[in-house]
Design a protein around this ligand. Structure first.
Ligand SMILES: NC(=O)c1ccc[n+]([C@@H]2O[C@H](COP(=O)([O-])OP(=O)(O)OC[C@H]3O[C@@H](n4cnc5c(N)ncnc54)[C@H](OP(=O)(O)O)[C@@H]3O)[C@@H](O)[C@H]2O)c1
Length: 257
């Protein structure tokens, strides 16, 4: 006799939900998009890169809806207009604020325009998107997953704007949790460790720094997009219903060292 329980949704099942992922076409965002699709969600990616054919093919094979809208997260007016358009077409249940930029200069020389750009994309846009997509989730439920960093906890070297922005993302996650947890919205963050993506191209190209970092990671390897994607699925899923305001490190043990 077939077991009816096999048809019941599991605690990580996102079938019937729609997620917005910023920067969902490449890097960690691509891994997050793939993991959400595999868990049953439809995905709207917001960013500047077009979706690669391999992602749209995977979505089609899984029977999910994957769409993209061009958006520069430094542009507040464009964010407002894009969110309005997306919300006119979709009920958004999950917001993943993944997109982010890095810029490296010694603090004393750090150009203020570069400071503003990093803060605008990594922090202001995150808050604006939380307002625009999180607002409609209040009272009907939803999940926000912000992408923080090890530099939400540590200061880094020659990355003061990035560290300030990611410290801000961690604090914003807790601030929104305190207002929204009681209204059915889970606000959490993942803090990836050292990931093998373009964001780290300068570190990966420097054999000395690359080796120093690898040797300090207890897991013995840099992280991969799927390492983060699967944790985002957890935080967006019913399995994390009672998880609020956390900044969950996905770092191969880096912070434990
Ligand atoms: N890699 C790591 O080791 C690491 C560690 C900790 C945290 N993180 C965080 O993880 C997130 C993803 O990083 P990643 O490693 O995937 O970096 P990445 O490979 O450099 O990709 C950056 C992503 O951000 C998007 N983006 C950047 N500027 C944007 C803008 N102005 N408007 C719209 N989208 C923009 C890009 O999308 P488009 O190309 O489509 O614009 C792309 O998807 C970031 O928040 C980063 O800070 C990364």
């Amino acid at each position: 006799m077939p077991d009816d329980r096999e048809d019941l949704p599991g605690p990580f099942d996102l079938t019937g939900r729609t997620a917005v992922v910023t920067g969902g076409a490449r890097g960690l965002g691509r891994g997050i998009t793939l993991a959400l699709l595999a868990a049953g969600a439809d995905v709207v990616s917001l960013g500047r890169s077009p979706l690669p054919a391999e992602l749209t093919d995977t979505a089609a094979a899984l029977g999910r809806r994957l769409t993209a809208r061009t958006l520069d997260l430094a542009d507040t007016a464009a964010i407002t207009a894009t969110a309005r358009d997306v919300l006119a077409e979709h009920r958004i249940d999950i917001l993943v604020n993944n997109a982010g930029v890095q810029d490296r200069h010694p603090a004393v020389e750090f150009p203020l325009e570069a400071w503003d750009h990093v803060i605008d994309v990594n922090l202001r846009a995150v808050f604006q998107l939380c307002q625009l997509f999180g607002g409609p989730m209040l009272d009907r439920g939803g999940a926000v997953v912000n992408v923080a960093s090890l530099l939400s906890f540590q200061g880094g070297i020659t990355v003061p704007a990035y560290a300030a922005s990611k410290g801000g993302v961690a604090q914003l996650t807790k601030a929104l949790c305190n207002e929204w947890a009681g209204r059915g919205v889970n606000v959490n963050a993942v803090a990836p460790g050292y990931m093998d993506t373009e964001l780290n191209s300068a570190l990966l190209a420097d054999p000395v720094r690359r080796e120093q970092i690898s040797a300090r990671i207890p897991a013995g390897r840099w992280g991969r997009p799927e390492d983060v994607g699967n944790v985002v699925v957890f935080l967006a899923s019913p399995a994390a219903a009672y998880v609020h305001g956390q900044v969950l490190a996905v770092d191969g043990g880096w912070l434990a060292r």
